[in-house]
Design a protein around this ligand. Structure first.
Ligand code: ZN
Ligand code: ZN
Length: 560
């Protein structure tokens, strides 16, 4: 038997976002991806959600390095936070590192890491980790799947991928390399694969199809200004928009800080070939007629302060959206952002623009494999074991079923969740055993509000209660010897009823408090705690009876 190899899932199994797992060989840890999750609507005031780093902090001396499969925020956004606690080198494709660098630099953490670029098809050792980096197509260029050749056999991780037969840059998912690895002696013991689109039948369309749609859009609206919002990291999308614009003879203005940065990076790396003569600054846009210009910008997630939102609200310095504009939202809403996206589409329509978005026009395709592609990968890799990753629980269940359909034995398909630990051991007969230890490490959500401050579950529960039910403060002064009410009660409320319109209700509430306090003193209670309890319970009961609500009641009892 070999020495055990471990995989510890810190995030991404059970939610879309904060993807992160630890691979452990010879007691060393390779952190594979370290992402954030966008807050959902029931997380008031939260900026982003991180994986729980307790396990990594407690084992900091064992961390060899981090490896970035690609630079999306749900894979790379947490690195700047983890680097505060632990210093380690980061490996990834040159583009992934370039894209991830900004956030790390902004956080002042660049000095705590070293960035080491990897090449397509390269096989190299990172400490005790024998890794092979396999090109895959996704909604950001230069993403990797990875084969880890470990003492327990080969583990393959798909990363985020699709099987795009006609990618914009010609760099296809290297199925032949995956097949070759599967055919080597021992084969692939475990496949971890992207479950995002496991519920979606068929094949995900090629990125190139969006280029066709975009060219049609430019032809259909020759006299209107075209504003295309996309993810700044989706350089293939940006490239296709830019090419369609140049073909249509338009000038291009890039807008939004990350768009400008990433376009500069893409041009530097030779991935984005836009003629200098076609690019103008955003402040030059008003000098051109609408039909002469295309703006490529961020804001596809409806971020309230993005350029697109400001343009829609007529608060942008140089561009105001009107009926001269066609806005193309060339992206889908990430879970958590749906409401904001609906809102921006609404305000664009209100400003008079024509809006084309994924729901109305094929201006976006997914970067993740659908069912037929997932099955194809399973068939090529033929893993001994299968664990679906990267998805909500439902996605992983569907993915598990696909694996069973193509012949992975049911007892070799494991649905793991955040916090679970897999232990892989190569047996004497050449097979690999996998034990799963459920909830082995802390894996809760780490809520970030502001720059660092991590907000606990309790704070979030309070915020939710306050948001849903409001707050009532009861202020009363009592005589310290007799317990009799001297002044008050006064009732101050936020979010329960609007005070000026509910005078009567508030008077009734005061009377209820007063009656309850009198009752207490009549029974001989003069102690502070009893009075305080009455000052809290009586309005709570009254409010619930009269309005069926349960605001937080805070009694302020003062003694004189
Ligand atoms: Zn991704
Ligand atoms: Zn992802």
């Amino acid at each position: 038997m070999s020495s055990p190899v471990r995989i510890v899932f810190l995030g991404g199994l059970g939610e879309i976002g904060r993807n992160c797992f630890c691979l452990e060989v010879d007691d060393r840890i390779l952190v594979v991806d370290c992402g954030i999750m966008f807050p959902e609507s029931d997380m008031p005031g939260i900026d982003l959600v991180l994986p729980d780093f307790t396990y990594l902090r407690e084992n900091a001396d064992r961390v060899e390095a981090a490896f970035l499969t690609h630079a999306h925020e749900d894979h790379a956004g947490g690195l700047a936070f983890l680097l505060r606690d632990i210093s380690f080198p980061i490996y990834g494709s040159a583009l992934s590192l370039g894209l991830a660098r900004n956030r790390i630099e902004e956080a002042g953490m660049l000095g705590r890491t070293e960035m080491i670029p990897l090449h397509d098809g390269e096989r190299r050792m990172i400490g005790p980790f024998d890794c092979e980096f396999i090109p895959v197509t996704h909604s950001v260029p230069h993403a990797f799947a990875t084969a880890y050749h470990t003492p327990a056999g080969t583990i393959m991780h798909s990363g985020d991928f699709k099987l795009d037969p006609t990618p914009v840059d010609g760099r296809k998912t290297d199925l032949s390399l995956m097949g070759a690895i599967a055919k080597r002696s021992g084969g692939v013991k475990l496949l971890l694969s992207d479950s995002t689109n496991a519920c979606r039948p068929g094949f995900t369309p090629s990125e190139s199809t969006v280029g066709d749609t975009l060219r049609t859009v430019f032809r259909d609206y020759p006299n209107q200004r075209l504003i295309v919002a996309s993810f700044a990291s989706h350089l293939h999308r940006v490239r296709q928009v830019a090419e369609a614009a140049v073909t249509a003879g338009r000038k291009i203005a890039f807008l939004g800080r990350s768009m400008v940065n990433n376009v500069a990076l893409g041009r530097e790396m030779g991935m984005l070939d836009v003629p200098v003569s076609s690019v103008i600054d955003i402040d030059e846009v008003p000098r051109y007629t609408p039909g002469e210009v295309c703006i490529i910008c961020t804001g596809s997630q409806g971020e309230p302060m993005s350029a697109l939102s400001l343009m829609a609200a007529h608060e942008h310095k140089h561009v105001k959206i009107s009926s001269d504009d066609v806005v193309v939202i060339s992206a889908h809403a990430i879970p958590g952002n749906e409401i904001n996206v609906t809102r921006i589409i609404d305000s664009l329509h209100r400003a008079g623009a024509e809006v084309l978005h994924g729901g109305s026009s094929p201006v976006h395709v997914s970067g993740h494999a659908s069912q037929e592609e997932l099955k194809m990968l399973l068939n090529i890799v033929q893993p001994e074991w299968f664990v679906p990753v990267h998805g909500e629980y439902t996605h992983m269940v569907h993915h598990a079923r696909l694996a069973e359909q193509v012949g992975v034995p049911k007892d070799h398909v494991l649905i793991a969740e955040d916090g679970d630990m897999l232990t892989l051991v190569l047996q004497d007969d050449g097979t690999t055993s996998i034990d799963i230890d459920r909830r082995a490490v802390p894996s809760g959500f780490l809520y970030v509000d502001g720059i660092v401050g991590d907000v606990g579950q309790g704070v979030l529960r309070d915020r939710r209660n306050l948001a849903e039910e409001g707050l009532v403060v009861v202020i009363v002064t009592v005589d310290s010897t007799t317990g009799e009410v001297v002044t008050g009660p006064e009732i101050v409320t936020r979010g329960w009823v609007y005070a000026p319109e509910a005078e009567d209700l508030l008077e009734d509430a005061k009377a209820a408090v007063l009656a309850s306090l009198r009752e207490a003193t009549d029974e001989g209670a003069t102690d502070f705690d009893t009075l305080r309890r009455h000052a809290r319970r009586s309005p709570g009961k009254f409010i619930n009876e009269r309005t069926k609500r349960r605001p937080a009641v805070i009694p302020v009892v003062m003694e004189v």
